[in-house]
Design a protein around this ligand. Structure first.
Ligand code: AMP
Length: 200
């Protein structure tokens, strides 16, 4: 059988990535790897890592690359992920994280990298409506600014490798899901053709 599917999804805070990740898991049977969820679990369990990350997370900053790479790589090497593949969510967020991921997996390991694109003005509007007690305006603004500064170059990194697919994230959840499925299916198809060595 072909190797399990390996996906990465990018999107600004408020782009609807959480919902669309669930849809990807339903359709492709991959394991959801969210470094944000993993860090929140560490905070809840009051581990050393959780204590180190809590303040950075609350302020909207980024946990250091070495720590995050350790967290992500140890999860990727577990048996369920090896068997079922993954969708990475919230990782990699910096060029060093992306380079570390490619180092660990090899150059041709990813099947598709999705940019769930909702423009900055629109997510800013959505986040204002959705403000929660545990998420301050300053933290949201910092997270969005860091996305432009640190994470946009990562999108270019994957575009340069021919892996990036942009999916328009505006519209209803169902419309976005249909676009997402079509984009991922097309990448799988393209990868299968490339691997078969048959150019028709
Ligand atoms: P998320 O749920 O992906 O928005 O992550 C919540 C918070 O966890 C972020 O605002 C960061 O403080 C931290 N975090 C999650 N993933 C990463 C990452 N790949 N690199 C650095 N910090 C991260």
């Amino acid at each position: 059988m072909a190797q399990p599917l390996r996906l990465v999804i990018f999107g600004r805070q408020g782009a609807g990535k959480g919902t669309q990740c669930i849809r990807l898991i339903e359709r492709y049977g991959v394991v959801h790897i969210s470094t944000g969820d993993m860090l929140r679990a560490e905070v809840a369990a009051d581990t050393e890592l959780g204590r180190k990350a809590a303040e950075i997370m609350a302020s909207g900053g980024l946990v250091d690359d070495e720590t995050i790479l350790g967290v992500a790589k140890s999860r990727i090497s577990q048996d369920d992920v090896k068997a079922h593949g993954f969708v990475l969510d919230g990782f990699p967020r910096t060029i060093d994280q992306a380079a570390g991921l490619i180092d660990a997996l090899g150059d041709h390991a990813l099947d598709a990298v999705i940019d769930l694109d909702v423009p900055l003005g629109e997510v800013t509007k959505r986040m204002k409506l959705r403000a929660r007690d545990d998420d301050t305006d300053e933290a949201i603004a910092k997270r969005l600014a860091l996305y432009e500064e640190q994470t946009q170059p990562v999108l270019q990194f994957f575009a340069d490798r021919g892996l990036l697919v942009r999916v328009d994230g505006l519209g209803t959840e169902e419309e976005v899901t249909e676009r997402l499925y079509a984009a991922v299916d097309a990448q799988i198809e393209a990868g299968a053709k490339a691997n078969s060595g048959n150019c028709e």
